[in-house]
Write a protein that binds this ligand. Structure first.
Ligand code: UT7
Length: 335
């Protein structure tokens, strides 16, 4: 039986920095409100003139991850791409990464699990690697939120939170049983699907109907979030799924070297940290600089933490996510 180790990490964020003060010029909000409720100071939003998209940003993050793994793109056996904001309705961005990396005709799978998408993708990759089917699997999370946000006071409860970016990891076959992904845990509860969603346009409401409606005031074109409801479920599910990962592996919170939570809201991370009795050094947060980048948030945070020397070989790293679906997930990794 093989194990899967994270052999390389990479990330890419657009250059364009959007501060809270920038947002307060286009909607009724303030730096004080955003910092107090979310911890976010600024986020990156794609400048359309650059041509950045989820697939191009994902490819940039992937190139960095592949290089950090000491590999070339041709060493990759399979691509998994997690996003809620694909370049196109179809095909998904996985195939575009295959093309942009200029590699052989390997499989490319697209994952639609929103904020939990990266951990879901990692879990799928782990199964392929452990069974010996693939040796090096590229897992990418990337988002272009800014293109679809409602940039007005009506949309402020959602718009101030989300940012653009991409992160990637190369999962690699290893025969070192002491290292690698120890376990992954995936959950969903579809009865809350509409609490954090973008419901129109959809496959029952195609272009002719939308063009006929032609209603710029239609809020269903934009993401919707029942903020308080999502917040309450998030803190509960984060705690549960981290506990599940620890219990499965017979570990205690104090043994975690680094918890990398999905960057949903700094208050959620701080709540989880306090409840679990973790120190500041045991939890990595970068939401202050990037906002919530959904499927990209965990791989961006892991990549930065690794670059900063906060993840080292032998460390016990825990990933945890919660988001639209609802879906939630965790993974415990011996680095
Ligand atoms: O990543 C996926 C999972 N996502 C999450 O876990 C996010 C979970 N939810 C949250 O992070 C928080 O609920 C929010 C940050 C979205 C909102 O914070 P909140 O403390 O729950 O605020 P609220 O929605 O209860 O709104 C409080 C007030 C409202 O005004 P009234 O009704 O009290 O007069 C809002 O209209 O704040 C108002 N408000 C704003 N004011 C200034 C909402 N958004 C803004 C804004 N600027 N951007």
């Amino acid at each position: 039986m093989y194990t899967s180790i994270i052999a390389g990490l990479g990330h890419y964020v657009p250059d364009n920095v959007v501060t809270n003060d920038d947002l307060s010029k286009i909607m009724e909000t303030s730096d004080e409100w955003i910092v107090e409720r979310t911890g976010i100071h600024e986020r990156r939003w794609i400048d359309p003139a650059t041509g950045d998209s989820p697939s191009t940003m994902g490819t940039k993050a992937a190139r960095m991850a592949i290089e950090n793994a000491g590999l070339t793109p041709d060493d990759i056996d399979f691509i998994i791409f997690a996003t809620l904001s694909p370049d196109y309705y179809f095909p998904g961005p996985g195939v575009m990464v295959q093309e942009q990396l200029g590699i052989k005709e390997i499989g490319a799978l697209d994952v639609r699990n929103q904020c939990s998408g990266f951990v879901y993708g990692l879990s799928v990759a782990d199964q392929f690697v452990k069974t010996g089917m693939y040796k090096n699997v590229l897992v990418i999370g990337a988002e272009n939120h800014s293109g679809g946000l409602e940039k007005s006071t009506r949309g402020r409860g959602v718009t101030v939170i989300f940012g653009d970016g991409a992160g990637a990891a190369v999962l690699q076959r290893s025969e070192d049983s002491a290292r690698g992904i120890l376990s992954t845990h995936l959950h969903s509860e579809g009865k809350h699907a509409e609490e954090l969603s973008l419901l129109g346009p959809n496959t029952s409401r195609w272009v002719p109907e939308i063009m006929e409606d032609n209603d710029p005031e239609d809020a269903s074109y934009y993401p919707y979030m029942n903020g308080n409801f999502v917040f309450k479920h998030a803190v509960t599910r984060f705690m549960e799924v981290i506990g599940e990962a620890l219990m499965t592996n017979g570990k205690k919170p104090e043994e975690i070297d680094l918890l990398v939570p999905h960057q949903a809201n700094l208050r959620i991370s701080q709540f989880v940290q306090k409840k679990m009795g973790l120190s500041d050094d045991q939890v990595y947060n970068n939401i202050m600089r990037y906002g919530n980048t959904t499927a990209a948030s965990i791989p961006i945070a892991m990549s930065e933490a690794f670059q900063e020397g906060k993840i080292k070989e032998g460390d016990l790293v825990c990933l945890a996510a919660f988001g639209s679906g609802f879906t939630w997930a965790s993974s415990l990794i011996r680095w």
